[in-house]
Design a protein around this ligand. Structure first.
Ligand code: ATP
Length: 214
C-alpha cells in the first residue's frame, strides 16, 4: 500500500525550508504530502498569527504545487493540537493497514518524549526525520534512543511495507530557514522575501503580521 505522509507544524509563517522538506519527501516517496497546521501547538508559546492566517499562508505557499495539500482538521478541533489525537483520527480514516508517516524536523523529533502519549505514536505512524542545522540524531536522550532501537531504516521502500513504527532519515541538503528568524527579521524591519513564497510575503505585508513582538 502506498505511504501517506503528513507534515505537522505551526507554520508561523510557512517558509521555503518547509516547502523544500515537503517536496523532498514527496519526491523520495513518490507520494503526496499533506501539511497540517496546528491550531493550538502544545509545546510552545501561542503563535503570532492566528491559526486561520497560518493555514491561509500554507494554502498560498502550496498553490500550484501538485502533490502538496493542506489539511485544516486541527483548526476544527477544540483544545490542544496533540499529534496523537490527529493520528488516531487519521488511523480511523485510513484503516489499520495503511502505511502513514509523520514528517518532522530533527529538533522536534528530539523533543518527542515530551509529546502527549508519545510512545503510542510509533504504533500509529512512521517518522520521516529531516536534519536541521545545529541538531543531530546523536543528540537524542537515552529514553528516545531506546524507543528508536531497531526502528531506523535506510531504504525508503521499507516504510511501504508496514503501517507504522519505522524511522527514516530523509537525505536532503540542510535548510537554514526558521520561522523564528523570519518573525524576528520582520519585527526589526528586515526584508525576508528570500525565504518566503512571494504570495506569503504579500499576505504578511497585507495583514501587517509580525510587525510587533514574536
Ligand atoms: P519556529 O522557529 O517558530 O520554531 P520552525 O521554523 O521550526 O518554527 P515549525 O512550523 O515549528 O517551523 O516546523 C514544522 C516542522 O518543520 C517541525 O518538525 C520542524 O522541526 C520542521 N522544520 C522547520 N524548519 C526546518 C528546517 N529549516 N530544517 C528542518 N526541519 C525544519
Amino acid at each position: 500500500m502506498r505511504l501517506s505522509i503528513y507534515y505537522g507544524g505551526t507554520f508561523d509563517p510557512v517558509h521555503n525550508g518547509h516547502l523544500a522538506i515537503a517536496m523532498a519527501a514527496q519526491s523520495a516517496f513518490s507520494t503526496d504530502v499533506i501539511l497540517l497546521p496546528s491550531a493550538d501547538p502544545p509545546h510552545r508559546p501561542p503563535a503570532s498569527a492566528s491559526a486561520e492566517q497560518r493555514a491561509a499562508m500554507v494554502d498560498l505557499a502550496i498553490a500550484g504545487r501538485p502533490g502538496l495539500h493542506c489539511d485544516r482538521r486541527e483548526l476544527r478541533r477544540s483544545g490542544k493540537s496533540y499529534s496523537v489525537l490527529t493520528l488516531h483520527e487519521l488511523r480511523e480514516e485510513h484503516g489499520l493497514e495503511q502505511p502513514l508517516a509523520w514528517l518532522i524536523g530533527i529538533d522536534s523529533f528530539l523533543g518527542l518524549p515530551s509529546w502527549h502519549h508519545w510512545r503510542d505514536l510509533f504504533g500509529l505512524c512512521h517518522f520521516i526525520v529531516v536534519r536541521r542545522p545545529g541538531r543531530d540524531v546523536a543528540d537524542a536522550d537515552a529514553v528516545l534512543s531506546e524507543a528508536c532501537l531497531g526502528r531506523w531504516q535506510t531504504d525508503p521502500e521499507t516504510l511501504d511495507q508496514c503501517p507504522s513504527g519505522r524511522i527514516y532519515l530523509l537525505p536532503m541538503a540542510l535548510r537554514p530557514e526558521s520561522a523564528t528568524a523570519v518573525r524576528n527579521g520582520l519585527q526589526t524591519g528586515q526584508n525576508m522575501n528570500a525565504v518566503l513564497s512571494p504570495s506569503v510575503a504579500a499576505y504578511i505585508h497585507r495583514h501587517g503580521l509580525y510587525t510587533s513582538g514574536v
